[in-house]
Design a protein around this ligand. Structure first.
Ligand code: GLN
Length: 541
């Protein structure tokens, strides 16, 4: 296709309807028909990026190869499409205004009053067209965060209206995701909230082409007819989106409702072939018919909000499916773990993952968890802060450096086994200043990690300030904690493994960010396998 087609996904009635999953599912269906697709998210908040947000505010911060700290929906886009995203795929109001104000200071609008229309809306559109005009994509799907009618999303909605006139109606399509609530007392599905949210879109000059209706119950024909009549759409463009058992069912549910066919028809693209979804269906088959089951404790401090560990939870789903093994995650608050109760909390688990995190809260519980699994030969996977806790625990309890710590937790520790790199010490700004994005790593031959990857040269994504302190490397290795992954350029330790343990691996990087349905992450796959083997050996004894 010569020019990219632009598809916008807006939300109505309420947030949290799953625009990210619908966008990713449509992207998947188009990709499965042989088209090149990218998905972009606009977030209407004023932060430049979500990197400085507490996970309780916004869930996990997803990191791309190019080091952008982004919305967790980008994780869904990558997991569904199996392609990488970048900074260009996540733009906030803060970034838009920052760019416009920087240009203003440079004198780029000299003599002009800088206004929301056209300057802010032009900057929004520039970010849409940057993907569309790259020549890399047939479709750019842009998800507008928040709800139609929110004050802060108005400039984005106005930009969408303008795009139609820039690119022409055959290259432009709006999908409105909305809620059809069910009133139990009346035993009725209600269309009024959707009528109102479509009216709000119409007031902004946008006629949605397709309605995707989230609902707990099937949409009967009379409800579909009513929605079509009042919202000005063809009855075939009223798409039902029922609650699904797993988000990975949604592409198939959308295919059944012919969402992709409607999109192609509206954009006047010949519908040549059926989407090729064999591998996807194979994954779903395994996911839904496990022959094994394990219990993995996820020890973290944001466990009340599983979205804070979204990519880890999804990576376990991918890895579980490959192993045809159901992974039951037990969310364990690290703050509750003490030396006295650790056995009763973790003793029943088949494996423990100690999660990433920031700050002091809950760290002592994580260290106690590591001690317990190290001493009891329970499979262990430590990610980022989880790996750092493994190093601290080893220093304290094996090397006998009782006060060993990370300088993030105790600036005055006599044994800073985890410390800031020199260049990090000068940094005072918080936003975008960690070690972020993809870095190369070389794995030691014969290590568990190189066996898992099946190669020694890898690249993985990072998001942290603190590092393994190489002053302690020799001592650690002599006592059995091996640095099996090293950054070839800087010598920074990226992976540690314990000898004489069934599976004890800590990574400074975040493997979960690269796990997709078609490419489950090898470390998660092998960890799940190790937990299953441990479970079986436990049952035997
Ligand atoms: N807080 C640690 C650091 O900054 C670990 C970060 C993480 O787990 N993502 O190095």
């Amino acid at each position: 296709m010569a020019t990219a087609k632009y598809i916008f996904v807006t939300g109505g009635v309420t947030s949290s309807l799953g625009k990210g999953i619908i966008s990713a599912s449509l992207g998947k269906l188009l990709q499965a028909r042989g088209f090149k697709v990218t998905i972009q998210k606009f977030d209407p908040y004023v932060n430049i990026d979500p990197g400085t947000l507490n996970p309780y505010e916004h869930g996990e911060c997803y990191v791309t190869d190019d080091g952008a700290e982004t919305d967790l929906d980008l994780g869904h886009y990558e997991r569904f499409l199996n392609t990488s995203t970048s900074q260009a795929n996540n733009i906030t109001t803060g970034r838009i205004y920052n760019n416009v104000i920087t240009k203003e200071r440079k004198g780029e609008y000299l003599g002009k009053t800088v206004q929301i229309v056209p300057h802010i809306t032009d900057e929004i559109k520039r970010n849409v067209y940057a993907l569309g005009e790259s020549g890399d994509y047939d479709f750019v799907i842009t998800e507008i965060g928040g709800c139609v009618g929110d004050i802060e999303s108005l400039p984005f909605i106005e930009a969408v209206r303008q795009v139609r006139w820039d690119v022409g109606p055959n290259n432009f399509l709006v999908i409105h995701l909305t809620l059809i609530p069910y009133l139990k007392a009346a035993k009725e599905l209600k269309t009024k909230p959707t009528q109102h949210s479509v009216k709000q879109l119409l007031e902004a000059g946008i006629q949605p082409d397709i309605l995707v209706c989230r609902s707990e119950h099937r949409l009967p024909m009379d409800i579909r007819k009513k929605l079509a009549l009042f919202c000005n759409v063809h009855i075939n463009s009223v798409i039902e989106a029922l609650d699904a058992d797993t988000i990975y069912d949604v592409p198939l549910l959308m295919k059944k409702e012919k969402l992709d066919e409607r999109v192609l028809a509206k954009l006047r693209i010949p519908n040549k072939s059926e989407p090729e979804l064999d591998q996807w269906k194979d994954f779903l088959g395994k996911l839904k018919n496990p022959s094994e089951e394990v219990r993995i404790g996820l020890v973290g401090k944001y466990v009340e909000l599983p979205d804070a560990y979204k990519s880890i939870a999804e990576a376990f789903i991918h890895a579980g499916a490959v192993n045809e093994c159901k992974v039951n995650i037990k969310w364990i608050s690290s703050e509750t773990i003490t030396k006295e109760n650790v056995n009763s909390i973790l003793g029943k688990m088949d494996g423990i993952l100690v999660a990433p995190g920031f700050g002091e809260r809950g760290v002592e519980g994580k260290i106690e968890a590591v001690r317990f699994v190290r001493e009891n030969n329970i499979p262990f996977f430590g990610i980022c802060l989880g790996m750092q806790c493994a190093v601290i625990e080893f220093a304290r309890n094996v090397l006998g450096l009782k006060k060993a710590s990370s300088t993030e937790l105790n600036e005055k520790t006599p044994d800073p086994v985890i410390d800031l790199m020199e260049e990090q010490k000068k940094i005072t700004d918080k936003g975008g200043t960690m070690r972020l994005g993809a870095y190369p790593c070389e794995l030691q031959k014969g290590s568990k990690s190189s066996a898992a990857y099946g190669k020694t040269k890898i690249s993985e994504r990072h998001r942290h300030r603190y590092e393994f302190n190489n002053k302690y490397l020799k001592k650690m290795e002599a006592a059995g904690l091996k640095a099996t992954g090293i950054n070839p350029g800087t010598g920074l330790v990226e992976v540690v493994e314990l000898e004489d343990h069934p599976w004890f691996v800590g990574t400074q990087f975040h493997p979960e960010l690269k796990s997709t349905v078609l490419n489950p992450h090898p470390l998660f796959v092998k960890f799940v396998r190790a937990t299953n083997a441990y479970k079986k050996s436990k049952n035997k004894n």
